[in-house]
Design a protein around this ligand. Structure first.
Ligand SMILES: Cc1cc2nc3c(=O)[nH]c(=O)nc-3n(C[C@H](O)[C@H](O)[C@H](O)COP(=O)(O)OP(=O)(O)OC[C@H]3O[C@@H](n4cnc5c(N)ncnc54)[C@H](O)[C@@H]3O)c2cc1C
Length: 495
């Protein structure tokens, strides 16, 4: 062993950087190891050619204000708090109309829905608040015994929920297992409005709006955007750059181009890591922000873990089905600022999802479009990681054509304005960005993989069967999304 640290953090995504910054701030000797040449993980702004700079994977981001304050990140959070000043959320309609999601514009579709909009937003904000409190609470190791300290966190959560009000709490619990369709039908009659909101429920998840549990994913996504539209579009990289600067300002070290090949374990105790280069680095504690499957099965290795635990980790559902298409244009793309969706009806979204069930790319996809200067970015669902026919290496053009042809119905001149493009398939998400099976959240956000069941039942408190090895990425409770909750929570359980 050449070097020794108090803490090694594997992965410089936003969660790893949050954990590293909090530890370095406490005066600990911290080293962050990142396999890519840049920090940020999925929260990154990259250059793909001359004048072609874009949030390559995650659009914008909403890191929690208390983390920004604690770590003195100096980021502007005003765009997240004042909803009225942010760019709109727009659903593109087949008849050429645009449905802007606010009470005034909804009137054109349904007076009744416009009247209910305020109630809906109030419920979603409250539900998101309750979920946020749950995400910031370290879950006890159910069904195992848990310590008094962990039980105290749960007590606090119970109190917060009680303070949220009995009716809101009951409505929140009732909404979680519902389908997005059922939940939205309780509020609205207009199909375009329900479909636009259902799009948010399935964004990033391999689920259709008629699937149980999309009530939960709707609330999750509302929470992690602070509403409907993306914030700070084109500036995702500023978040992780600020975090990296904070790590360094507190005395921590960050090494890029440093892929961890193996976590060193000696009879269930973590000793450090071995890099792909062969370099060995020791540490009292290793925290992995890489997804649980990759961390435990690849970096630790099954022979170092109890067999039953290995089986449970193997069973974590990773089902990536998102691709990104970035188009550099001559600037006259004609797409308005905001977060735009192609989601004309709930049936359209469900059919788009049907393709993923059979390993096929949606012929009529759900698209979410954002622009940043000359660049048009398209989030494409569904593009399942596991294809029934062919390989992703040969599907780049297919994805581009499907996205552009779908958008041609709304922006007929777009095709002629494109000067360059960059496609990110689910396989690229795995190979370039390190997301196992292209799963954005390091494991699907489903009701059997959340709260004390994330990443697996019995191991929801960031610990692992290996002493001194902890998890802090999106695959553990508090993740996914760009909140920093998982990175913040792990610090609470460290010795
Ligand atoms: C296309 C897309 C759209 C999304 N949209 C939304 C959205 O609308 N709303 C929302 O809330 N969330 C969204 N997400 C999810 C969100 O971006 C992620 O959940 C979150 O950013 C993950 O952060 P993280 O820090 O946990 O992990 P990551 O950002 O994945 O970081 C992990 C890091 O570990 C590194 N690494 C991996 N293996 C090794 C190794 N062996 N050695 C060293 N380093 C390693 C990786 O390179 C990476 O930098 C989206 C994600 C994607 C990809």
């Amino acid at each position: 062993m050449t070097n020794s640290y108090d803490f090694i953090i594997i992965g410089a995504g936003h969660n790893g950087l949050v954990a590293a910054a909090y530890r370095a701030k406490r005066g600990k000797k911290v080293l962050v190891l990142e396999r890519r040449a840049v920090v940020g993980g999925t929260v990154v702004t990259e250059l793909f050619g001359d004048g072609f700079t874009v949030d390559s994977v995650q659009t914008g981001g909403y890191l929690r204000p208390h983390i920004i304050k604690d770590l003195k990140l100096g980021l502007d959070t005003s765009g997240t708090s004042t909803r009225s000043t942010r760019p709109p959320f727009i659903s593109l309609q087949p008849d050429g109309n645009h449905l802007i999601l606010n009470a005034e514009a909804i009137k054109c579709f349904s007076e009744k829905d416009a009247a209910r909009w305020g109630d809906f937003v109030r419920f979603m904000d409250k539900a998101a608040y309750i979920l946020d409190v749950a995400y910031e609470t370290v879950m006890p190791r159910l069904p195992k015994d848990f310590s008094l300290r962990e039980g105290y966190g749960l007590l606090e959560l119970g109190l917060e929920l009680r303070l949220a009000g009995r009716r809101d709490m009951v409505n929140f619990i009732r909404a979680l297992p519902m389908t997005a369709q059922e939940l939205l039908e309780e509020y609205f009659e207009s199909e375009p409005l329900k479909a636009a909101l259902a799009a948010l429920a399935i964004h990033g998840h391999t689920l259709g709006p008629m699937e149980a549990g999309t009530g939960y994913t709707l609330i999750h996504n509302w929470l992690n955007r602070g509403g409907l539209a993306h914030v700070n579009v084109g500036r995702a990289g500023e978040i992780t750059k600020a975090l990296a600067n904070a790590v360094k300002s507190f005395g921590g070290e960050i090494r890029t181009g440093a892929e961890v090949e193996r976590i060193q374990v000696d009879t269930y105790t973590c000793k450090g890591v071995v890099l792909k280069s062969g370099e060995e680095i020791s540490a009292d504690t290793v925290i992995s922000a890489v997804d649980p499957k990759r961390t435990l099965l690849n970096l630790v290795g099954a022979p170092n873990l109890p067999p039953e635990f290995v089986w449970k980790v193997q069973s974590i559902k990773m089902r990536g089905s998102v691709a990104k298409i970035h188009l550099l244009t001559d600037g006259s793309h004609g797409i308005p600022e905001g977060t735009l969706v192609v989601a004309p009806s709930i049936k359209y979204l469900e059919k788009a999802y049907d393709a993923a069930k059979y390993g096929e790319i949606s012929e009529k996809p759900y698209l979410e479009i954002t622009t940043s200067g000359n660049v048009v970015s398209i989030h494409f669902q569904f593009a399942p990681y596991h294809l029934k026919h062919g390989t992703w290496n040969l599907k780049h053009e297919t994805l581009k054509d499907l996205a552009i042809n779908t958008l041609a119905a709304y922006f007929p001149n777009l095709q002629s304005r494109i000067t360059n493009y960059h496609i990110i398939t689910p396989l690229d998400l795995e190979q370039t960005y390190g997301l196992t099976e292209g799963d954005l959240n390091h494991g699907q956000l489903m009701l059997d993989q959340f709260l004390f069941m994330r990443p697996i039942p019995g191991w929801s408190n960031h610990r692992t069967p290996i002493d001194n090895l902890y998890l802090c990425g999106s695959g553990v409770h508090g993740g996914g999304g760009v909140s920093g909750a998982a990175g913040r929570n792990v610090v609470k359980v460290l010795k």
